[in-house]
Design a protein around this ligand. Sequence first.
Ligand SMILES: Nc1nc2c(c(=O)[nH]1)N[C@H]1C(S)=C(S)[C@@H](COP(=O)(O)O)O[C@H]1N2
Ligand SMILES: [Mo]
Length: 238
Amino acid sequence: MDDDQNDDPYGLTGRQEGSILGSFRTKLTQTKEKWAREGRGMSGENLQGLAKSEQRRLPPGQHLTKDFPVLDLGVQPPIMPDEWRLTVSGLVANPIDWGWQDFQGQPHVTSVSDIHCVTTWSRYDNTWEGVSGKHFLSVVQPKPEAKFMIFHSHDGYTTNVPVAAFNNVDVILAHTWNGEPLSRAHGGPIRPIIPRLYFWKSAKWVKHLTFLAKDVPGYWEVRGYHNDANPWKEERYD
Ligand SMILES: Nc1nc2c(c(=O)[nH]1)N[C@H]1C(S)=C(S)[C@@H](COP(=O)(O)O)O[C@H]1N2
Ligand SMILES: [Mo]
């Protein structure tokens, strides 16, 4: 599943409308809630056959994959670059409203990082291109009392991340993955990537971002997932 959809990178053939708001408790959601209750993924480390250096790189309970699995709530909103927008509200000096040209006008960087998904797969050496998290923060200028960022996505998904966790050198608002435009399935055209947290904290199809003094748990955080999501501490479930 590498999603090399060169002729249709944003998956606009077969456009899919609608929101998951009306169908929150999908089968997938129920399965993952069950796993959260059972503590799925907490046992064992899948380290056999890996070199020592690779073992140190793999968080506890994870196994390596070369695929790039797709996980979401079942709705993959189609967003063309020219209709993409990102708005910011809350405790910031500069509540931006960016379109595609605004995004492209920012300095761009390349960042290589590993993905760790709570469902126990990890994928090494993903090359992301886009606008760095640090640059983004320097533009919106969070106020000193802003401690949490809440991401809101087109499919109704939300997730919460501390500003301090977003303010890392490897955080990026990515439009490119391994040299290809970020596909619709993986949250294209632009997706925040926060590699030091489990991948559910990297919201696909983000449309709005708010900065708050108080934490507000997101979609999975209220369904049994750990609020902090650090793979090295195995913060999978609450
Ligand atoms: N908007 C949105 N973002 C989302 C999700 C989702 O359902 N909707 N699922 C999260 C979860 S649980 C995971 S594991 C990753 C999966 O990203 P991928 O499909 O690119 O592998 O996206 C995260 N971001
Ligand atoms: Mo996930």
